[in-house]
Design a protein around this ligand. Sequence first.
Ligand SMILES: [Fe+2]
Ligand SMILES: [Fe+2]
Length: 358
Amino acid sequence: MQASPTIDSAAKASQKAVESTMLSPRFYTTDFAAMDRLDVSSMRSEWDAMMAEYEGDNNHDHFQRTPEFAQEVAERFSQVSPEMRQEFLGFLISSLTSEFSGCILYNEIFKNVENPDIKQLMRFMARDESRHASFINQSLKDFGLGIDLGDLKRTKAYTYFKPKYIFYATYLSEKIGYARYITIFRQLEKNPDKRFHPIFRWFERWCNDEFRHGESFALIMRANPHLLRGGNVYWIRFFLLAVYATMYVRDHTRPMLHHEMGLESTSYDYTVFRITNDITRQVFPISLDIDHPAFREGLAHLFKAQTEMDKAKSRGGLIGNLQRARWAISGAVTFVRLYFLPVQRHELPAQVRMLPAW
Ligand SMILES: [Fe+2]
Ligand SMILES: [Fe+2]
């Protein structure tokens, strides 16, 4: 379990959003001139159909709270335990930070390119992410924990990623975001008594936005096929593993959240990996073998290493530092082992776009 301080004030909520750890969502910046040179013309017909969907904006009225929202929070969420409340607040803050991270990146690209295709796409995606971030922030405000997004934008550290890393990482985070939200939505649709907060009612139409954002990066990558061949396949493999492993470790630090929904962290994560593996066949020539016993053991070990590092950190002193280093090495060795496990290879389909059919 992570030894994070209790989130009981707006200042602590902001501190949590600003923090940079291995597991916390980051803010990115990139090479705008290279983004400007992108050419998507080989995917023109699929691209234009997608742009028409963005233009149609079928979620323009979705992110508004209903009058029953506050009542549901008062009646249902007030029943959860204080520990569970903390896990949920942590979940809201990290989700808000990821949404806002997308909003900032897409908006910065929008402002810094002239390329009409990329500019238009970034404007639409920034619009969607801004709605998502504000919607989550309203739920934090219910508890007096609203985050000042202008301040977060100014104070959080930015990581520079080359455009191709942005494509791999952002494509994956959009698609895995879809898979996470739809899995939760379907579970709570079947078990409405487990819906402890009304925000989950919004997840179905919400995650269709994330799905479409992922489609956009899929088309960009398929229009630039060198990104999906040769040495770049090693990068794809790295990003797949990094994204899956981070999600696994982060979710296992919040077991109550899943339990409260009638889910269990490990099976929930594997459901999400399975959906993500099915989707990413549209663009990646490989996928991770998530059913390999060594894969499962490796991820469980990464969580164990993280838990031990957190314990050692709170212990402090020389012994604490040595133990922390020992588990950091153990985690790194496991990551390398996971990286070299066999992967599944496949041909890319002629038609790129998929429907969010889960
Ligand atoms: Fe989003
Ligand atoms: Fe998104």
